[in-house]
Design a binder for this molecule. Structure first.
Ligand code: CP
Length: 308
């Protein structure tokens, strides 16, 4: 594995192998082992052209706990703010001798494009509305630890599908692992062409959240991404919550102990009520913790085997 750009790049065996490595990384997370020497002498650059809390921090900690040298470059404070192109910026950074480049960018396809310019291993940390593969891996890993095998388990993915790279990566990852997936959104936030896509990829679609929730073995709420909407948000925030929010009343529709996921950051009171975000079966913080283990596994698989 040279790069991680899309879930499509990974076989089921490779996903399971990443999960096995992530499980081993929990010893480091528990701080029973302080650091692993696996990436000593390697340099990892986190280049974030969009804001991030979870992904950037966890890649930084992951690299450091594997003994890599890690630096962070963000749009603000870098020469991109002076008009330097993405190509010139990544070539400049890579000319310093970089082994791994973790990139988040608002343009769909940016990570693939960067991987064609540089010799370093590239990890897609979210590109526009296209993909967020490490988020999908950590989500599936979290659910697999909670539910056992995902084979035949029914996962409902709910929310702003049109603007969600998390949904696009998750639908691929979960179906590869044998889950039954139903995606739920208001008609205005259902991606165009989804009928053909869902038929080809083997997932279901619904506009009726209240019909789907009682049948779900896990629910994944997605953030309403107003920053990616050019026009007015429709339905209105109030209508959205009434039709598609995981409200306190809707918690009663779920089977007992159904894990509630959200990739974060959450819009509390819009797509998810505080009662759901903080419920006993919420795995939101477990996702964050799993994210560190998964990102350690990804960096390990990409970089540990190469000569420093
Ligand atoms: N889920 C996710 O990508 O969160 P951040 O934007 O905080 O990295």
């Amino acid at each position: 594995m040279k790069h991680l750009l899309s879930i499509d790049d990974l076989s089921v065996d490779e996903i399971e192998s990443l999960f096995a490595t992530a499980a081993d990384m929990h010893d480091v997370q528990r701080r029973e082992v302080k650091k692993l020497p696996a990436l000593r002498g390697r340099t990892v650059v986190n280049m974030f052209f969009e804001d991030s809390t979870r992904t950037r921090s966890s890649f930084e900690i992951a690299g450091k706990w594997l003994s890599a040298d890690v630096i962070n470059v963000s749009a603000k404070g870098s020469s991109t703010s002076k008009g330097e192109s993405l190509r010139d910026t990544v070539l400049t950074v890579c000319a310093m001798g970089v082994d791994g480049l973790v990139i988040r960018h608002p343009a769909s396809g940016a990570a693939v494009q960067v991987s064609e310019w540089v010799d370093a291993s590239v990890v897609n940390a979210g590109d526009g509305t296209h993909e967020h593969p490490t988020q999908a891996l950590l989500d599936a890993y979290t659910l697999q630890r909670r539910l056992g095998s995902l084979e035949g388990r029914h996962v409902a993915i709910i929310g702003d599908l049109t603007h969600s790279r998390v949904f696009r990566s998750n639908v691929q990852c979960l179906t590869k692992l044998g889950a039954r997936v139903t995606v739920v959104a208001p008609p205005t936030l259902m991606p165009s062409g989804i009928a053909a896509w869902s038929a080809a990829a083997g997932f279901e679609t619904s506009y009726d959240l209240d019909a789907v929730l009682p049948e779900a073995d896990a629910v994944m709420m997605l953030r309403v991404q107003r920053e990616r909407m050019s026009g007015a948000f429709f339905p209105s925030a109030r209508e959205y919550t009434v039709g598609y929010g995981l409200t306190r009343n809707r918690l009663a529709l779920l089977k007992p102990d159904v894990p509630i996921c959200h990739p974060g950051p959450m819009n509390r009171g819009l797509e998810i009520a505080a009662d759901a975000a903080d419920a006993a079966q919420s795995v939101v913080l477990e996702q964050v913790s799993s994210g560190l283990a998964i990102r350690m596994a990804v960096l390990y698989h990409l970089l540990a085997g190469e000569e420093a």
